[in-house]
Unconditional design. Structure first.
Length: 464
């Protein structure tokens, strides 16, 4: 068997390229363990977690209907119903993807696993037909995604991961009364925010001095203050071990500042320590001659590895562990294959929007002031309160602020960051401003509809 292109992995790093290449006339083989599209994002990641989050936002909104002149008698939030709603969203998307596969005439999807025999050939386990075959491809894309980080902390294997909360048709049937979350990155912060709104007593433990340590510290402070009103937040604490059994867990650690011991107890423990590239030993990267490190497969701006006809896209590169980043990489890899290197498109990690679906929401696009100055760039920073806009006042969500970072040399926008109402939506317009290299004057010339929170962007730009 021979194909024009073989793709290992059907997540965001794999399937956009598969469709683009098939539509362009290439024969494409896509191998994925689930036999469908979406990867971990759809199975137990961004889609189900945001579905649960939307349910919790609606539940919280019901508690403040008096702001809108309304009243309602709330009853207990039934986790089983929320879980069924989440499963329904996932099922709908799986059905949609299955239809897309059927309609793509030049795309063959195999449920199974692939490994390199050499730089051109793959051994493919076809689980549907209980067979193994060898195939050859002119070009190959590796998109095996990522997996949860589980450092060698004694007892951590007893902890939950996002699987227990969000997996399709396999999430837990009941939430615990109390939960310790280890890890204060975006996964930990989002989960703490949503579960606390459902009445779970949450303790959030982070090794770094602050939550969300890679994001703008002023904005992180605003999120942390809001979260601390309903979550116990401990920063600067190293977890040494996890003891106990389901329903009665103990986390033991110590404070980095003075080495004093910390002992925490809860019904369950959740490990939210981030993601790392999924590089299974039997993938055979060495047999193909592909260069990689524990941090991911090495690629250039076209997603090409050191082997010219082999590409890597998505989390497996370690460049930007986000689904939309994976889709972007996948599209760039496809265009590079189709254009034979002539296309100028390239992947720039810092342009990728980062969103935190907490309450309040937070987003970051481009460079923060600290990141820019670390690169030797002279910048200026300008801010505007989110609560001065009509939409924030209509919603009754006045907290937060918006930041724009300008390069002094030419006045171009190198970063936009914000926290507050509709921040996740604002990240899209912010990405366009940073991606296009707009100046503050050019952004000020934009007209965003009233009343929306997008007005914060053009009004901030006009004040510069």
């Amino acid at each position: 068997m021979k194909y024009d292109v073989a793709i290992i992995g059907g997540g965001g790093g794999g399937y956009p390229a598969a469709f683009r290449l098939a539509q362009s006339g290439r024969t494409v083989l896509l191998i994925d363990e689930k036999g469908n599209l979406g990867g971990n994002c759809l199975y137990e990641g961004c889609v189900p977690s945001k579905a649960v989050r939307e349910a919790t936002v609606a539940w919280h909104a019901a508690s403040r209907l008096d702001y809108f002149g309304l009243s309602v008698n709330r009853v207990a939030a039934p986790w089983q119903n929320i879980r069924d709603y989440k499963d329904g969203v996932q099922t709908r998307r799986y059905q949609q993807h299955a239809a897309e596969i059927r309609e793509a005439s030049r795309l063959t999807v195999v449920r199974g696993r692939a490994r390199f025999v050499d730089a051109r050939r793959l051994a493919v386990e076809d689980w549907e037909h209980d067979t193994t075959f060898t195939t050859e491809a002119d070009d190959i894309i590796v998109a095996t995604g990522s997996e949860a980080v589980l450092p060698p902390i004694p007892g951590l294997e007893q902890a939950w991961t996002h699987h227990q909360l969000f997996a399709w048709r396999d999430a837990v049937g009941q939430l615990p009364e109390s939960l310790i979350i280890i890890g204060g990155g975006y996964i930990g912060v989002e989960t703490a925010s949503m579960l606390s709104d459902l009445g779970v007593a949450v303790t959030l433990v982070e090794l770094a001095p602050t939550l969300l340590p890679t994001m703008d510290p002023d904005l992180v402070h605003l999120v942390s203050e809001a979260l601390a009103q309903r979550v116990t937040v401990l920063t600067g604490v190293r977890v040494d071990r996890v003891d106990g059994q389901p329903g009665a867990m103990t986390v033991r650690g110590h404070r980095l500042a003075d080495q004093s011991p910390v002992t925490l107890q809860a019904a369950e423990v959740l490990a939210a320590l981030g993601r790392q590239p999924h590089l299974p030993q039997d993938l055979g990267l060495d047999r193909a001659g592909i260069q990689y490190t524990p941090h991911g497969i090495l690629v250039d701006e076209k997603m090409r590895t050191n082997v010219p006809h082999i590409y890597a896209a998505g989390d497996v590169t370690g460049l930007s562990m986000l689904f939309h980043s994976a889709v972007r990489m996948s599209e760039i890899a496809a265009r590079a294959i189709l254009s034979e290197g002539e296309d100028p498109d390239r992947f720039i990690p810092e342009e990728m929007p980062t969103t935190v679906f907490s309450r309040p929401e937070l987003f970051s696009v481009g460079l923060t002031r600290a990141m820019a100055e670390a690169r030797g760039m002279r910048v200026e920073e300008f801010t505007r309160p989110m609560g001065v806009e009509a939409w924030a006042q209509i919603r009754g969500e006045l907290e937060g602020q918006l930041k724009v970072v300008l390069r002094r040399a030419d006045g171009r926008i190198v970063g936009i960051h914000g926290v507050g109402v509709s921040s996740v939506e604002l990240s899209a317009a912010a990405h366009m401003a940073v991606r296009l290299g707009l100046t503050a004057r050019e952004l000020a010339a934009m007209t965003f509809p009233h009343p929306t929170q997008f007005e914060a962007l053009d009004r901030l730009a006009r004040s510069i």
